[in-house]
Design a protein around this ligand. Structure first.
Ligand code: ZN
Length: 345
């Protein structure tokens, strides 16, 4: 893990081991305990969340039996990632950013999803969230951001720090997983209404005064119906994949999803331990009281560098996440109906 500079007025993401699940302090703008530079600290420049971590309201017990075989195809998902990388940087409000949105809409429509565009303007920049819906029953939302960061501010080469990133992992990978699920998921069999949300304007945070997660914040504030759960995938396609529990995520959902991963034989890649606390597109939904999880592999050497390209993404990594989500949706998503809402409603 490279050293990263601590930014004052950013929320801390502290390297942690397995720990207490329900007694984390809320993040806030006063960072008197901010870590200093050094191994084990990191400063993804994020907005403070002000969240408290929910206590598990129910104990999920019983043996997990996976009843369906996942048709999720990692190579197919990878092609969705390559298509995005081929478009170049997909920055909010740019021509290629809009083209990426059109591409996503086209894939979703090809597979029979009802699609909605949610256009909005932020500081004069035109942005657009996309939502695809299918099925009936309680709503489960899966989300990913599809915009890419306008500058490679973590690039080791000072001459590259102003260059836009391609976002092979940070952008394309999450979208690729959702598009492959859109292709193969038997929604009727889940007895749920599935929403696939594609957020714009996630990754311009701390540039020109923009926060992170603008698109998801807009979507969460303009929901006409409320999902029972929200699962976010972000930066999950790394060839060197290790996905830990994220600390803002709902603990019961973490346990369940990682249990599914374990049943699939993925313990090496889905490590059931806390590691990072991250402000991401799940936060606006948690603030609304919706139980949410961020599946994110933040141990990624090429984060916010020009080297975050599709060759860093692996079909097998995409497939593992896809299989886990498919199995959870097929066999375990009823858990969402048992969960108490988060506390910051
Ligand atoms: Zn990013």
């Amino acid at each position: 893990m490279p050293l990263r500079r601590w930014l004052r007025h950013s929320a801390a993401i502290v390297l942690v081991g397995a720990g207490l699940m329900s007694v984390l302090p809320a993040l806030g703008p006063d960072l008197s305990a901010a870590p200093t530079d050094g191994e084990g600290s990191v400063s993804r420049p994020v907005q403070s969340t002000g969240l408290e971590i929910p206590t598990p309201p129910v104990a999920i017990t019983g043996t997990l039996i996976l009843t369906t075989t996942s048709p999720f195809d990692g190579e197919s998902a990878y092609r969705f990632a390559l298509d995005q990388c081929d478009m170049g940087p997909r920055i909010t409000g740019t021509e290629s950013g809009w083209a990426a949105g059109d591409y996503i809409l086209e894939q979703l429509q090809n597979h029979g999803w009802n699609v909605l565009e949610q256009k909005f303007t932020y500081r004069g920049v035109n942005a657009r969230n996309l939502i695809a819906k299918k099925g009936s029953g309680p709503i489960i939302m899966l989300g990913a951001h599809y915009d890419t960061r306008p500058i490679a501010d973590k690039d080791p080469d000072p001459g590259q720090k102003g260059t836009p990133i391609i976002g092979g992992n940070d952008g394309a990978s999450g979208v690729a997983v959702l598009l492959e699920l859109a292709r193969v998921l038997d929604v009727a069999a889940t007895r749920k209404e599935i929403w696939l949300a594609f957020f714009d304007a996630e990754d311009r945070g701390n540039i020109d005064g923009w926060p992170y997660a603008i698109g998801s914040d807009y979507m969460a504030k303009n929901l006409e119906e409320e999902p029972a759960c929200m699962l976010l995938v972000d930066m999950i396609g790394d060839r060197d994949q290790t996905i830990y529990w994220e600390r803002n995520s709902h603990p019961v959902l973490l346990q369940e999803i990682w249990e599914v991963a374990s049943k699939l034989g993925y313990e090496e890649y889905f490590v059931a331990e806390y590691r990072w606390q991250i402000t991401d597109d799940h936060i606006p939904f948690i603030r609304r009281g919706i139980p949410a999880v961020d599946l994110i592999d933040f141990d990624y050497l090429y984060w916010h560098t020009t080297a975050d390209t599709c060759d860093k993404v692996s079909p097998n990594s995409l497939a593992r996440v896809g299989h886990v989500l498919h199995a959870w949706l097929s066999d375990r998503a009823d858990t969402c109906l048992l969960l108490a809402p988060s506390r910051d409603r």
